[in-house]
Ligand binder design. Structure first.
Ligand code: GAP
Length: 473
């Protein structure tokens, strides 16, 4: 593998507790429980004013790396609802399931591999009908006896059209990938791409997870960022290896601490039915090492199956060798919510400054919800406030800028630190005389006096420098 994996036991999580992040997220408007005034709905979360900015920035950074900066990958936005046959052909209707056990006394249901004592079972052991009995597993809530495991399908169903009958059943997609497979011919022919080339998609997916949780880590409605790379069969193994460091590097480029990332290869009995090889990029979350993104060599399974079931010829014609063949697919499959969550966790730090606690979200400037805050030193002076508004409006033409005057300057700085704003610009009494303002850096807290007409250029140059650091994604 191209990248060394650190010893998992050496690395602590970025934050001591998940509660710290959940509380910050709610208080500052990153993420709220969905439908909270009705008591919430399990496993769905709403992104608030700062969260939507963060997640949009994550998606933009991904699109930049996977589409904009590459000549060999194009975008697609396929429907969430698809012909139901897609999901039968793909194997999801038959086998997209997790092992479920039920407590005989309180009827709570659990995912077998998340029960205490069963977390490290192999895929073969998880399929063993006698495993609960063999390990003496009991309900973690009331200690009651558990049923033998059965497979629970994760597909959400609904009806299309005005009649609720079996013939009208459609599924909410559980992955974006199938939209790229069924559009392979459309995209290849309309964009005249030659192998190898990729189709990238960002969009909502839905899974009726047995045990969602850990905040936005596992939800029932979530967003994926997936890229399907179509390749010649003989080249698939090498191209797969190339994508590993590239995807790992995307997370570190945008600020994730390298020692809290590792690769984990799937064991043969754990591989999905379609996969020839699969490697996860994992992150050291406060609740342990977990998957952030999967990179899969799917062979020719997807296009062969869709060709067979649809009757459409999905072969590629290679003009150089005059051969017709079904391409192999190398997939990079990540989650926008999980990535945003990871950037948030990894950016969080607490420091002591002059005897006081300072909470900083050291987000990469490209990911920060606001790039710059414009703050008045004295909000009672109308000329200062007016200059602030003028400056903010000018900055906002090119980037996310915010004005705040709801506290004294020290507190305003702390609030911006806590939401990750990389730069603050303060307008004071002297500004009215000398036309200069103070630009404060979030991380170093260094303050530079800058002529007001140079502020925008300075901020945009710093943003461009941050984007360029670490090279192409
Ligand atoms: N097309 C392949 C595929 O969907 P996956 O490993 O099942 O592979 C890819 O999903 C990524 O989608 C995961 O690595 C994760 O980041 C995200 N994801 C999957 N299920 C999720 C859930 N219930 N909540 C949030 N993100 C999820």
């Amino acid at each position: 593998m191209a990248h060394p994996s650190p010893d998992p036991d050496d690395v602590g999580p970025a934050v001591a507790s998940l509660e710290t992040i959940v509380s910050l997220a709610k208080r500052r408007g990153f993420v709220y429980p969905s439908s909270e005034i009705y008591g919430g709905i399990n496993a769905v979360w709403d992104y608030g004013p700062l969260g939507v900015e963060l997640k949009n920035n994550v998606k933009r950074a991904w699109w930049r790396a996977m589409v904009q900066e590459r000549n060999d990958v194009v975008g697609l936005d396929a429907g969430i609802l698809m012909h139901p046959q897609v999901w039968i052909t793909s194997g999801h209707v038959g086998s997209f399931s997790d092992p479920l056990v039920e407590c005989a006394t309180d009827h709570r249901r659990f995912r077998l591999d998340e029960l205490p004592g069963a977390e490290h079972l192999s895929a073969t052991e998880l399929r063993d009908p006698a495993i609960v009995e063999k390990l003496g597993l009991v309900c973690p809530v009331d200690g009651g006896p558990l049923s033998a495991p059965r497979r629970f399908n994760l597909m959400f169903k609904t009806f299309m059209g005005p009649v609720e009958e079996d013939a009208a059943i459609v599924y909410l997609r559980p992955e974006t990938a199938q939209g790229s497979y069924v559009n392979f011919k459309n995209v290849q022919q309309s964009s005249r791409k030659k192998l190898p080339f990729g189709i990238a998609q960002i969009g909502k997916s839905f899974r009726n997870e047995i045990s969602p949780g850990n905040f936005v880590f596992r939800m029932r409605e979530f967003e994926q960022m997936e890229m399907q790379y179509f390749v010649k069969p003989a080249e698939a193994a090498a191209i797969f290896e190339d994508w590993l460091p590239r995807r790992f590097g995307w997370y570190t480029k945008y600020g994730v601490t390298e020692s809290r990332l590792r690769f984990r290869e799937h064991a043969p009995d754990e591989l999905a039915h379609y996969a020839k090889k699969a490697v996860d990029v994992e992150y050291r979350f406060p609740f342990g090492w977990k998957e952030l993104e999967g990179i899969h060599n799917r062979g020719d399974f997807d296009l062969s199956r869709h060709q067979e079931a649809s009757g459409e010829n999905l072969e590629y014609f290679d003009p150089a060798t005059e051969e017709h063949f079904i391409p192999f697919i190398v997939e990079t499959a990540g989650g926008a919510d999980r990535a945003a969550f990871t950037f948030l966790i990894d950016a969080y730090r607490e420091e002591e400054v002059r005897g006081e606690k300072r909470v900083v979200l050291g987000l990469h400037p490209e990911l920060a919800p606001y790039k710059v805050a414009v703050l008045p030193l004295l909000k009672k002076r109308p000329e200062i406030v007016e200059l602030c508004h003028k400056l903010r409006a000018d900055l906002a033409f090119d980037t996310m800028a915010v004005y705040d005057d709801t506290a004294a300057i020290g507190k305003l700085y702390r609030r911006q630190d806590e939401i990750g704003t990389p730069w603050c610009v303060t307008v004071d009494v002297d500004s009215l005389e000398d036309g200069a303002v103070t630009v404060r850096d979030r991380d170093s807290m260094a303050q530079d006096r800058v002529p007001v007409e140079n502020v925008k250029r300075l901020i945009l140059d710093r943003l461009a420098a941050a984007r360029a650091a670490g090279g192409e994604s």
